[in-house]
Design a protein around this ligand. Structure first.
Ligand SMILES: [Zn+2]
Length: 320
């Protein structure tokens, strides 16, 4: 699909969204189908027979016929312990997936009519679910990589892999098809671009047999420790480096990231939780070929990510 075809594809319209997920009952039904595609099963004893009942707040419960264990459709998901309606969660998913650009917590607050704290929590839970979903995949085949930085005044490229003050360093990686089309992007914060950290990055993100293409940054040669072959272009950096045709997609998509971040977030918003914001950008990009399917796919991510309490969301670790 060409870039234009992607931009002009039909998304999920607001009337379509309302027809599919306009009521609490419809949202519950969609959530149940995503959680238990083969029917409900007791998390304790595996029994498939249940009674329906409701808790004090009116939420529908499943009670196991054998062991009596009670659960609701949100227990064990990102939405566990939420006091918000499922309709609000689905609306948040709609706004996060169907907008051309990402949506900030502040914009989410305005659109949903909730407090900033609530909007922030929803936004970060949704982003974390996206991050965990994409972490399951390893890069394979031809992969363009580059060193990049986020934060401060700009997201961009600094030559030579030097650490920049007040900026988050990250590895930008784009898996392309054999004929050079971009398929999949991964952006991973790293402490720095030393040999040790690049070796760790490669072993964690690359499938054996990858063919990695990079600029002259020396530490990228470490990908060979992950049974990858390495093709290196010493470009001299700057404009010349950005025009290296073999690194076309990692440069182009890094530029798109810069534009997207600048248009959506203030730098203070993404400084501490860079990993999550980068993962959100990748998750959306990696699923760009089918816009309407993004909402059900995000729902799948929410039910598989597990509960994400605030204490976990507040941890902002940089890993390699
Ligand atoms: Zn049971």
């Amino acid at each position: 699909m060409s870039i234009n075809a992607i931009q002009f594809q039909r998304g999920l319209s607001l009337p379509q969204f309302q027809a599919l997920y306009g009521s609490e009952h419809q949202c519950e039904r969609a959530l149940v189908a995503a959680r238990w595609p083969h029917g409900w099963q007791c998390a304790h004893c595996g029994c498939k027979r249940f009674f329906h009942t409701r808790n004090g707040t009116g939420r529908l419960l499943w009670e196991c016929f054998i062991c009596g264990y009670q659960s609701s459709s949100i227990v064990g998901t990102v939405m566990e312990h939420t006091h918000l309606s499922l309709r609000l969660w689905f609306l948040a998913m709609y706004l996060l997936t169907q907008n051309k650009n990402a949506i900030s917590a502040l914009a989410l607050k305005r659109q949903l009519g909730v407090s900033y704290k609530t909007a922030w929590l929803m936004k970060h839970k949704l982003m974390q679910a996206m991050a965990q979903r994409d972490e399951r995949y390893l890069l394979q085949g031809r992969v363009e990589i580059d060193d990049a930085y986020l934060g401060g005044e700009r997201a961009g490229h600094i030559n030579g892999g030097r650490r920049a003050a007040n900026k988050t360093a990250f590895v930008a990686a784009v898996q392309t098809s054999a004929d050079g089309r971009p398929l999949y992007m991964r952006l991973t914060p790293v402490a720095d671009f030393t040999n040790e950290h690049m070796r760790q990055w490669a072993s964690r993100h690359l499938t054996a047999g990858c063919h990695v293409v990079s600029d002259g940054t020396r530490a990228f040669a470490q990908v060979q420790h992950a049974q990858a072959t390495h093709e290196r272009y010493v470009t001299g950096g700057g404009r010349q480096g950005a025009q290296t045709p073999q690194l076309r997609w990692v440069n182009t998509l890094r530029g798109n990231l810069k534009t997207s971040m600048a248009g959506t977030y203030h730098s203070f918003e993404h400084a501490r939780y860079a990993q999550r914001y980068l993962a959100e950008f990748c998750w959306r990009l990696n699923r760009r070929f089918d816009l309407p399917a993004m909402l059900p796919r995000l729902l799948k991510a929410l039910v598989t990510a597990g509960p994400l309490p605030l204490t976990l969301l507040r941890v902002s670790e940089v890993s390699s």
